[in-house]
Design a protein around this ligand. Sequence first.
Ligand code: ZN
Length: 147
Amino acid sequence: MDLESLYQEVVIDHNRHPRNFGRLEPADRSAEGHNPLCGDDLLLTLRLERERISEMRFEGQGCAISTASASLMSEAVQGLELRAACTLLERFLKRVTDPAAEASPELGKLEALAGVRKFPGRVKCATLCWHTLKAALNGGERNVSTE
Ligand code: ZN
């Protein structure tokens, strides 16, 4: 199995069996994200404990890429300190939008989504949940749209 099809396996698996799907009630932070171009909608809810993301859930409807991205993100950020989550967020956004950005071991399974760089229309699907996470962590603008 080559690397690219392995990555596709990860995306297919997370789309079929999204991890951490649902809603935390009550939640310490929440934000909604919308990608009108594709029709992806999601709601993120987070619990924080001592500057750390203790739990994250997402729900909503979206394409395979947006669902897989939110599922992979939830696994990646749960348990992280807020500062580490922000670093990961910036690293991921750079990886999927900057053609010069190289693979980074810190991204782990998130690297499975790097292939969207070749499909500009899908980049918003992969980054929607991360922009929504940023909004939730900043606690300001709670309704994010890619347009
Ligand atoms: Zn989409």
